[in-house]
Design a protein around this ligand. Structure first.
Ligand SMILES: Nc1ncnc2c1ncn2[C@@H]1O[C@H](COP(=O)(O)OP(=O)(O)OP(=O)(O)O)[C@@H](O)[C@H]1O
Ligand SMILES: [Mg+2]
Length: 346
């Protein structure tokens, strides 16, 4: 490449525009996150437009991350699914890791929510179904996303009024939480949002696809109410809340939703994976059923999911335990919820 990479990811936004990185010509910056900058670029060999993600140089120096990046990019590239951003190439050039993928015109769900606030129930369900389908496909390849959040859900225009939006999930294996088991960097700083992180990720227990069920639950909660289930003024308190505090019922934050939706979200957000839905499709199938319950003579979800959703990729998983989960310990003072007043979010 012609740029040094030293201005990634916090340097001048346009520092690389017009330059070549590997065999890509950088056309424009489309956005940046905590550890990467994403550009619209032209693949000079094929003449097609791509999204080129350049990872911060310090990630290339982290051996664990490099190995995981290489492995998970390969797995993600092998998954051919309409709701997963196709990966064209992952590589390294002059000490910079990059990933070239389909350029998705549109915006991510974070930007959409920031602009419009909570979405209509039907829209939220349509988006959730597409993300769930992508996640179950990944789980079938033994790939857990680990960083499901609105910023990683790209929303493009759909094909017709039946499908007004086409949703792509991106960033498999790129979670900053993979930098170390605890998710803290070498300077002791947690990078990335804690709004969607599953309890077992926080406590360092083994994760499987059900951690993505939890994060998807948080995302769905936010698309319906405008805010994730837990909001605390302090990171430690937020981590505590994910692990021990019961999520506030959906209908508290958005009164008037079909009542069965509360139970579905509560199950997706269960603290222990074995109390959640076994697959993302099972979750969103129940969500859709509850959301449309009134149209079907009140046949909504009442706490227990029926488990007959399509796409359950783990048919050999034992049934979830019966009875209520064990009560959480009492929170320390610093972890108590902070009441901001003013009631539910707008
Ligand atoms: N394939 C793509 N096509 C078009 N835009 C994309 C593509 N991939 C990512 N983007 C955009 O690039 C921006 C930066 O993405 P990036 O993954 O670096 O950050 P993020 O996911 O928002 O945050 P984080 O650093 O926490 O992962 C996002 O706004 C996203 O919408
Ligand atoms: Mg991202």
């Amino acid at each position: 490449m012609t740029g040094s990479g030293a201005d990634l990811p916090s340097g001048r936004p346009s520092g690389l525009v017009g330059r070549d990185v590997a065999h890509y010509r950088i056309d424009a910056e489309v956005g940046r996150g905590g550890m990467a900058v994403v550009y619209r670029a032209t693949d000079l060999r094929l003449g097609r437009t791509v999204a080129l993600k350049l990872l911060a140089p310090e990630l290339a120096r982290n051996d664990t991350f490099r190995k995981r990046f290489a492995h998970e990019s390969r797995v993600a590239a092998a998954i051919d699914h309409p709701n997963i951003v196709p990966v064209f190439e992952a590589g390294e050039t002059e000490g910079l890791l990059y990933i070239a993928m389909r350029y998705v015109p549109g915006q991510d769900l974070r930007a959409l929510l920031d602009r419009t606030g909570p979405l209509p129930v039907a829209t939220a369900v349509r988006i959730a179904v597409q993300v769930a389908s992508a996640l179950d496909a990944a789980h079938a390849h033994d790939l857990v996303h680990r960083d499901v959040k609105p910023g990683n859900v790209l929303v493009a225009e759909g094909t017709d009024s039946d499908r007004p939006e086409h949703v792509y999930l991106t960033d498999f294996g790129l979670t900053k939480k993979s930098l170390s088991l605890t998710g803290f960097t070498s300077v002791g700083q947690f990078v990335g949002t804690l709004d969607y992180v599953a309890p077992e990720q926080i406590s360092g227990r083994p994760v499987d696809g059900r951690c993505d069920v939890y994060s998807l639950g948080c995302v769905v909660y936010e698309t319906l109410t405008g805010a994730p289930p837990f909001r605390r003024d302090d990171d430690m308190a937020l981590l505590w809340a994910h692990q021990y505090d019961p999520p506030p019922p959906l209908s508290d934050a958005r009164p008037g939703l079909p009542p069965g939706m509360d139970g579905v979200l509560a199950k997706a957000l269960a603290k222990a994976p074995e109390y959640r839905f076994d697959s993302c499709m099972e979750f969103v199938t129940e969500l859709r059923r509850a959301a449309t319950a009134e149209d079907h003579g009140g046949d909504g979800v009442r706490g227990e999911a029926r488990g007959d959703g399509p796409g359950d990729v783990r048919g050999d998983v034992p049934p979830p335990p019966t009875g209520p989960p064990p009560p959480p310990p009492a929170p320390p003072l610093w972890a108590l919820p902070v009441f901001r007043g003013g009631g539910p979010p707008p």
